[in-house]
Design a protein around this ligand. Structure first.
Ligand code: NAD
Length: 401
């Protein structure tokens, strides 16, 4: 029997909702390209319920306890006296979400002597030190594709929110105002703009496909070039580096994982090579951008707007400068945790656990590291230097996506 430590964001301040805005969520049959949705043997929740907070418990508690496992669900994750830190030493499995990440640093992994499996209920496992996990042979898995479309939709929304300057217009309306000139002095059409996509994985491609009908000029960079057919279909221009990509665009969207290569990439030097008045939407990871460089670029007018939903650290401190910097349209980390997304990643987490307890292989598209090295999707998204073997994995990943 295992001890499972689940770290989730706190319940709503008004308590777990007695009723939802809608009675159902649409049922999705497969992901783009035909990749299959999570297929656990059973579900103990109704899709559309709030699952990502402590009382929701990812819909796992009853099932796990009925199987004889010990389950601890908490949102208390920071500092030596936190429940997470206290419960970690004998935990076999840790589950958390990127929205409220249980940071598994090398020191914490060292303390967690029983730890064998870390599950990201969602996508993006950078809150686990993957080198330390590899050194200990810990398996790290995430629920690939579960919220990719959720994030792509949020990205498109934030691009429009910035370019149209929605936030100010809404504030004027809510405050009883009607000064149209104030409301539109920074408002443009997206049509005709040049949009650059940094990393064309599942989310990046979904953004490309959703923005194409807006009549924009699309370009992208990625470690792996997309097929000629795909580039032709979306009239995509490929750049072999982010430095080249950002020089001739009006909007940059960011969809790379946080790795040693991408950390701090959006720094002052790079921002200064963008056309004045460019916009950035970053729903990938905050640390890909230099926090203060973004603030300065907005203050100087080099950037016309910045949006995203990822912060460093999370939760962001109350005085984090991105909360109040000019022309931001930030949200807390919500893009991937819509009620629709929660249903999919909770089901995927259950599927991973069912396979783990049964001794079955975890799907390759869920695996990040296993047995001391990057595996499955982890080999293409997180491994440092792509090798021939990784290219094979990339083909596998493109084929299954
Ligand atoms: P993915 O694995 O499908 O795509 C990642 C892409 O990044 C791959 O195509 C890879 O080749 C490319 N890449 C990696 N390193 C690169 C580099 N140095 N230069 C250029 N390209 C590089 O992942 P995805 O599902 O599209 O998710 C992307 C990221 O988005 C995740 O790693 C996660 O951090 C973030 N994410 C955020 C949320 C949210 O709620 N805001 C939800 C899901 C994922």
């Amino acid at each position: 029997m295992s001890k499972i430590l689940i770290v989730l964001y706190p319940d709503p301040v008004t308590g777990y909702p007695p009723e939802y805005a809608r009675d159902t969520i649409p049922s999705i049959n497969d992901y783009p390209g035909g990749a299959t949705l999570p297929s656990p043997q059973a579900l103990d929740f109704t899709p559309g319920e709030l699952l990502g907070c402590v009382s929701g418990g990812l819909g796992l508690r009853d099932w796990l306890e009925s199987e004889g496992h010990t389950v601890v669900v908490t949102s208390d994750k920071e500092g030596p006296d936190s429940v997470f830190e206290r419960e970690l030493p004998d935990a076999d499995i840790v589950i958390s979400q990127p929205f409220w990440p249980a940071y598994l640093t090398p020191e914490r992994i060292e303390k967690a002597r029983n730890l064998k499996l870390v599950v990201t209920a969602g996508i993006g496992s950078d809150h686990t030190d993957l080198d330390a996990a590899n050194a200990r042979g810990i398996t790290v898995a995430e629920v690939t594709y579960s919220n990719s479309i959720s994030v792509a939709e949020h990205t498109v929304m934030q691009v429009l929110v910035l370019v149209r300057d929605f936030v100010k217009q809404h504030e004027i309306s809510a405050a009883g105002g009607w000064n149209i000139a104030d409301a539109v002095e920074r408002s443009y059409d997206l049509e005709g703009m040049r949009v650059g996509v940094f990393a064309a994985g599942r989310i990046g491609r979904a953004v490309i496909e959703r923005l194409a009908p807006f009549g924009v000029h699309l370009s992208y960079t990625d470690r792996f070039r997309l097929s000629e057919d795909y580039e032709r279909k979306y009239n995509l221009t490929y750049h072999d580096s982010i430095e080249s990509l950002v020089q001739n665009i009006d909007v940059l969207t960011v969809h790379a994982p946080l790795t040693a290569e991408t950390r701090g990439l959006l720094n002052t030097e790079l921002l200064n090579t963008m056309p004045r008045g460019a916009y950035i939407v970053n729903p990938a990871r905050a640390a890909i951008a230099d926090r203060d460089a973004i603030v300065q670029a907005l203050e100087s007018g080099q950037l016309a707007g910045y949006a995203g939903d990822v912060w460093d650290p999370q939760p962001a401190p109350v005085d984090h400068p991105w909360r109040t910097m000019p022309h931001n349209a930030m949200t807390p980390h919500t893009s991937g945790t819509s009620l629709s997304g929660q249903a999919r990643y909770a089901a995927g987490t259950r599927e991973i656990l069912e396979d783990w307890f049964a001794g079955n292989d975890i799907r390759p598209e869920y695996l990040i590291v296993e047995g001391g090295s990057y595996k499955g999707v982890g080999a293409t998204s997180y491994a440092k230097v792509p090798t021939k073997a990784d290219e094979g994995q990339a083909e596998l990943s493109q084929a299954t996506s």
